[in-house]
Design a protein around this ligand. Structure first.
Ligand SMILES: C[S@@+](CC[C@H](N)C(=O)[O-])C[C@H]1O[C@@H](n2cnc3c(N)ncnc32)[C@H](O)[C@@H]1O
Length: 257
């Protein structure tokens, strides 16, 4: 029997990970809605992070730094022995996340840099990069020791809020897994890690608290075959969600609802 290419859920990341068996995941790559994103949102320098009059939750729910401990303990538990974990974050969050992940049992190797090629938000030295913290459980060799620590891929414009190009996760997946492996993202947003996993013939288990994100991810991942998607996803109104209008323009890659 062929294996299901992807399975998606719409739960709290920690609660969802708690349902996965011990040592069942080959690679975990994730980009949480970390707390300092609130600051970028408050600065409001981009239309994608604009503040809504109608809602306080105008972008997506934030995952508080105080929950990193429980998150990383679950990530460590579900990963197989001798595996890698990549966490996308900014410099401020790195200093909070690193000791929490080490406490959970991970070895921290180094931050990788995603160079987005063009400048974004900020007043002092406009932001052109994001960090990818590279952690290890046990001991696993990277597949290619010639790959540099700067990954250069242009940013995504007009997508899901904070959407990442799949090519970034593609490098990490090629480095730290093999075809047929299980790749997991508990904060998947529009499912970019899943897209990269599908292209590289890995299985994807993805989750996001936001049912609309799960719908978007499901529609993108369908190109890899029939996956498992919850059939009871609650409806979320545009007011509650306030996703950027650009996502619904006809020239985006997403189908309109
Ligand atoms: C930075 S976005 C991820 C974007 C994604 N990398 C992409 O390329 O589209 C973070 C996601 O975390 C989700 N999120 C926030 N709190 C969560 C929680 N407690 N459990 C699961 N997902 C959560 C948000 O809904 C949001 O989609």
């Amino acid at each position: 029997m062929t294996q299901i290419p992807f399975e998606l859920s719409a739960k709290d990341a920690v609660a969802w990970l708690q349902e996965l068996p011990d040592a069942s995941v080959d690679l975990l790559i994730t980009d949480p809605a970390y707390e300092s994103l609130e600051k970028h949102r408050a600065v409001g320098t981009t239309t994608r992070l604009k503040h809504s009059k109608s809602s306080s939750n105008d972008w997506f729910a934030i995952f508080p730094n105080a929950r990193f401990g429980e998150l990383f303990r679950e990530v460590y538990r579900v990963l197989k022995p001798d595996s890698h974990f990549y966490l996308l974050c900014d410099a401020e969050t790195m200093f909070v996340a690193r000791p929490e992940a080490e406490q959970a049992g991970f070895k921290f190797w180094k931050p990788l840099v995603w160079d987005k090629c063009t400048i974004g938000m900020g007043y002092h030295y406009r932001a052109r990069y994001e960090l990818i913290l590279f952690f290890e459980k046990g001991k696993r060799r990277l597949n290619d020791l010639g790959v540099p620590d700067i990954i250069t891929v242009p940013r995504v414009r007009g997508g899901y809020p904070a959407e990442k190009p799949p090519e970034v996760a593609g490098v990490l997946i090629q480095q730290s897994s093999s075809p047929g492996d299980v790749v997991v993202d508990p904060f998947m947003g529009s499912g970019s890690v899943g897209i990269a996993a599908g292209r590289l013939k890995r299985r994807f288990l993805g989750n996001d608290l936001n049912p609309e994100a799960v719908r978007i991810a499901a529609s993108r991942l369908r190109e890899f075959g029939e996956g498992r998607v919850p059939d009871d996803l609650p409806e979320v109104s545009d007011e509650q969600l306030d996703l950027p209008e650009v996502r619904l323009k006809p020239d985006t890659t997403y189908p309109t609802r």
